[in-house]
Design a protein around this ligand. Sequence first.
Ligand code: DQA
Length: 143
Amino acid sequence: MKIAIINGPNLNLLGTREPEVYGSYTLKELEEMLKQAVSGKNVNLVFFQSNSEGEIVDFIHSMIGNADGIIINPGAYSHYSIAILDALRAFPGRVIEVHLSNVFRREEYRKRLLTAEAADAVIAGLGFESYLFALFYLMDSIQ
Ligand code: DQA
């Protein structure tokens, strides 16, 4: 089983960026935690982070026929990127959109999750555990 973990803009700054909202752990630590969660299991994780919309679209395309599931935190693109929404719609596997923060308890402009229209589920507000629960769900549901 292959699962792609995609992080969008500014998530490379995890650990230093608004730690009161996003926590004090880094993206590398998040990736390590997810690797630990699959250790000894027949699951291959692929990590990708980009600050560019086009690069995220290209990466999603490269996963078509090449991954069983995607866990994506599109960052601010979640709120307005039709290009990422369309790319996710073209991906035939499972898609879970995750957010570290509870976007519904924040500014009005964060309450609309455009890209989530292409997701099977959304997990928001659990910090790193948003990713972990998404991973557990995909491992359980993809055979
Ligand atoms: C975020 C929420 C977005 O509104 C914000 O732009 C981010 C992070 C989250 O994980 O909580 O970059 O996706």
